[in-house]
Structures are given as C-alpha cells and as structure tokens.
Design a protein around this ligand. Structure first.
Ligand code: NAP
Length: 472
C-alpha cells in the first residue's frame, strides 16, 4: 500500500478487520496523516463538518467545533492508527519509485532500495500535495521569508510584519483570515476571486461532546445525516442545474453583499458561476479583508523583486511571502514509474486524460487499485466517505482472491472506455463545465471529477461486476 494518510490508514484498518496481517504501507514521510500532517498553517480548518470527517465506524466524540481544526484531524488519524494497530505495518521515510507487473505480482522498489513482491498494490497517494508550477518571475530574488501552506515553518513570527498572500482558494482564504489579525500589514494578491459560501464554525458544547462521546451511535447518526445533507445540497447543486444550484448561488451572492465598499465588492465578484471552481467555505474571509491593515490587489503580478511583489507596475513591500497557489492535482500515482501488462507505462496510458474504470483501476494494470484516484467525487463528496466506498470495493476483490477465485483481476479496456463515455456525456451538466479554469481541469481541459451524486457513486461501487474484469 502506498501512503499513510486518511485513505491508506483506512485500507490498513479494513485489511486488519478482515484478519489480513500480511501487508506493508510505504510512507514517504516520517509519520502518518498525509495532508493533515503536512499542512500546519494558521487558520487550518477542515471545511467538512467534523462529525462527517472521520471513519463512520470510528466516531470521535471530542471534536471541539462544527468544522474541525486541522490539528484535531491529525490527532484523530494518529489515534486511529494506534487503535487499529496500523503503525507496525508502516515503512516510514520510504518513497515507492517504481512498480512492475510480472508473473502475477507487483515488484516494488523504493528510493531507499527496498524491494518487494506483492499480490496487490493499493495507491492512496493523494493528489493535493505536489505544488503547482508557479511561473512567478524573480521569486528567487526575494530576500524575505517564502512559505507555503504545506511547508509552514513552526517558528515564523508574523506579528507586526508585512505579509503578502498570493492565491485566494481554500488555503489562501483560510490563511489570510487568520493572518489578518497578526500581521502589521496584509496584502492579498487575488488573480481570480472565488465564490465564498458562508459557513459558520461554532464551538460544540460540552453537552454535545459528552453525549457524542458516551453514545457513539449518536455520532454515527450525525455522520450519516451530514453525508445525506451534503449530498442533497452541494452534490446536487454541483452536478445538476436545479433549485439546489440556485440556492447555493443565492447564498454566495448574499454573502458577497456583506462587503461594504462597492469597489472592493466588485473586485471580489467572481466572473464564473458558483461551484465551477471549488467553493470556498468561510464566514471569516470577507470580514478579514475589510480590516484597515488589509488590502486586496487585483492587478496581475508582474514579478517578485528583492523586497516584495510588483503588480500592475506598483511595488508592494513585503517581509513574508505566502504562496497559496495550489497543487498539481492531475498526476495521482503516475509520479511513480508504473509498468503494467505487456510493458505498458502508466504515464503513456494516461497521456491526455487518466483512463480508469470506475475511479479505481486501470486496464492493463491488474491487481492495482486507487483510493481517491481520478474521477473520484472529490469535488462534492467528503474524502472519508469516498475512501470508505472505495476500500469496501477493494476488499470485495481481495476477499475473492483469498477464496482462491482468481490470481489476478484487471478491468477490461471496454469497461473503462464505457465508464469514460458516460463521464463525458454527464459532465456538461455540471457546474465544473461552466467555463472557468480550476484545479479540476487538466491542461487539455479534461474535468477530472465525478458528475453524479455521492449515492450514485456508492451504488456504482456497491458490488464488483465480474463481467467488467478479466480474471486469471
Ligand atoms: P487552489 O484552489 O488551486 O487556489 C490557488 C490560488 O492561487 C488561486 O486563487 C489561483 O488563482 C492562485 N494562483 C495560482 N498561481 C498564481 C499566480 N502565478 N499568480 C497569482 N495567483 C495564482 O488551491 P488551494 O487553495 O490550495 O486549494 C486546493 C484545494 O485543496 C481546495 O479546493 C480544496 O479542495 C482543498 N483544500 C481543502 C481545505 C479544507 O478545509 N478541507 C483547505 C485547503 C484546501 P486562479 O484561480 O486565477 O488560478
């Protein structure tokens, strides 16, 4: 298994629950937690309700807020790794660099020279952690501190300093909202404003925490209630034109009207429709950017220079430069050199778009499965929910293997192409296809998410359709 983040840990837990102990998780870092280990920036908050952002079978009563702070999510994942005894299976500081299929096995090699043969490989490698190529001229010449959300120095002092934040996606808005209170002067460089959905983040009362801790069934009920509500509102709104889309749009517009200065309001009005880019969820951002020590710059950045940023011919002096400029979200596991049947190289197969069968497998690469891979519903379904559906599906196949029903299983080319055609047919109805640029689209314009609801996804992966696989 590759990766000890939320999805990789979950896969390990599923295996252990099924009595399978012969597995190894390769993790390139020195601890568990994935994105929640890497991101430590001020204001880091998961924008999915805490009762939903956990494994359904391992509820957590003690979340402090409606939306969990990042450090609580990390603590939760560490607790899950301990509770289910997963750490003993993890090889830390070990990055897998190649996988080669042959003789019914995957031969794995790591950057430390480890080698191993495995019947199955599950890639839980995530996709929002390799920084996007930036192309900011002159960045090297900047003499102050340059930081990014996933490389936030624990000791950096922002009090009274001039801080510049480039990027106003989910990360940039959370950082700007938190830093505005500390910095002497905050300058937010906003190339394209995003729609901000107003979502308050209230503290959970002691009574609530006590009850949820004492009665896990209540926590589980809340988990499934939020899953249903998110699907019914945001899932529908994103994937279908209808009243849900109109409602989300109206709420974003009403929220925007909370910016008092008409010029600033106009500057922060997105050109695209809500949900084309991923919604930002925040009740803080508009308040933060209206503070007297905060300015928003809509001029395009010309270059970074020794003492700051030049945008539209104006120089903005900075002591700290925060690059919240997003991720390369389209490579998934193809950073690893993966060679499948008949010497097929995954990078060649995925040139243009990531052909896959129902988000989880690739023809020509048997016994290799992905969690949160291409076309997973990561635009509108919570990551734990997606991972639970996908790991349950993989466990069905592993169960068939352990019963001796096959030695290798891979999706047929025909089944993958059929899935692809259905994606292509449904995608134009979605908000993502409304004509903006976003991290959902690759350079060729291919939209890499799932154009149906969460319940559609769960139904699609409820059982293995054996006719779609070639078994040996
Ligand atoms: P993002 O949504 O891709 O935003 C990147 C921002 O940087 C955009 O505003 C982009 O502008 C700007 N940018 C990029 N290059 C630039 C340049 N050269 N000059 C000026 N501006 C530039 O990335 P993100 O904020 O890291 O969020 C990515 C995803 O991570 C989110 O959508 C979300 O799914 C996830 N996330 C989740 C949470 C959570 O709470 N669960 C928190 C953070 C992130 P353009 O729009 O013009 O390209």
């Amino acid at each position: 298994m590759l990766g000890a983040g939320l999805s990789g840990l979950l896969m390990g837990i599923r295996l252990k629950k099924a009595g399978i102990r012969d597995f190894t998780i390769y993790e390139k870092a020195d601890s568990v937690g994935g994105t929640w280990r890497d991101n430590r920036y001020p204001g880091l908050t998961c924008d999915v309700p805490s009762r939903l952002y956990c494994y359904s079978f391992f509820p957590h009563g003690a979340w402090s807020r409606f939306l969990p702070p990042g450090e609580e999510v990390l603590r939760y994942l560490r607790a899950a790794a301990d509770r289910f005894g997963i750490r003993a299976h993890i090889k830390f500081n070990t990055e897998v660099v190649s996988l080669r299929w042959g003789n019914g096995r995957w031969s794995l090699r790591s950057d430390r020279g480890d080698e191993g043969d495995f019947h199955f490989v599950v890639a839980a490698t995530g996709f929002l952690h390799h920084p996007a190529r930036l192309g900011l001229a002159g960045l090297q010449s900047f003499k102050g501190a340059v930081v990014s959300p996933s490389r936030w120095p624990p000791s950096i002092e922002l009090g009274g300093r001039r801080v510049g934040v480039v990027g106003t996606g989910s990360s940039g808005t959370q950082i700007a909202s938190a830093v505005a209170e500390q910095a002497g002067q905050l300058t937010v460089f906003c190339r394209s404003p995003q729609w901000v959905f107003p979502l308050p983040n209230w503290e959970l009362s002691r009574l609530n925490r006590g009850l949820m801790g004492r009665f896990p069934a209540l926590s589980k009920a809340a988990h499934f209630m939020y899953r249903y509500l998110l699907d019914a509102l945001f899932g529908k709104a994103t994937t279908h034109p209808g009243w849900q889309r109109a409602l989300v749009t109206a709420l974003c517009r009403a929220h925007l009207r909370g910016i008092r200065d008409p010029l600033l309001r106009q500057q922060l009005t997105p050109k695209d429709v809500p949900m084309c880019k991923r919604l930002v969820f925040s009740n803080e951002f508009y308040r933060a950017i209206q503070r007297s020590n905060v300015s928003v710059i809509r001029r395009p950045i010309d270059r970074v220079y020794r003492s700051g940023i030049e945008a539209g011919g104006v120089q903005y002096r900075l002591d700290v430069l925060v690059l919240a400029t997003g991720f390369d979200s389209h490579t998934f596991m193809s950073r690893i050199h993966i060679t499948g049947q008949d010497g097929r190289d995954l990078r060649d197969v995925w040139a243009g778009f990531p052909l896959n069968y129902r988000t989880m497998a690739v023809p020509g690469f048997p016994n290799l499965f992905m969690i949160i891979g291409p076309n997973s519903p990561f635009g509108h379904v919570s990551v734990p929910s997606i991972a639970e559906t996908q790991t349950a599906y993989i466990m069905q196949l592993i169960g068939m293997f352990t019963r001796g029903l096959f030695t290798s299983a891979g999706p047929t080319e025909e089944a993958a192409r059929e899935f692809q055609s259905s994606l292509d047919e449904a995608m134009p109805r979605t908000a993502w296809a409304a004509g903006c640029s976003s991290w959902y689209r690759n350079e060729a314009g291919y939209i890499n998410t799932y154009p149906w609801s969460g319940s559609h996804f769960r139904n699609l992966l409820a059982t293995v359709n054996c006719q779609h696989f070639t078994f040996e």
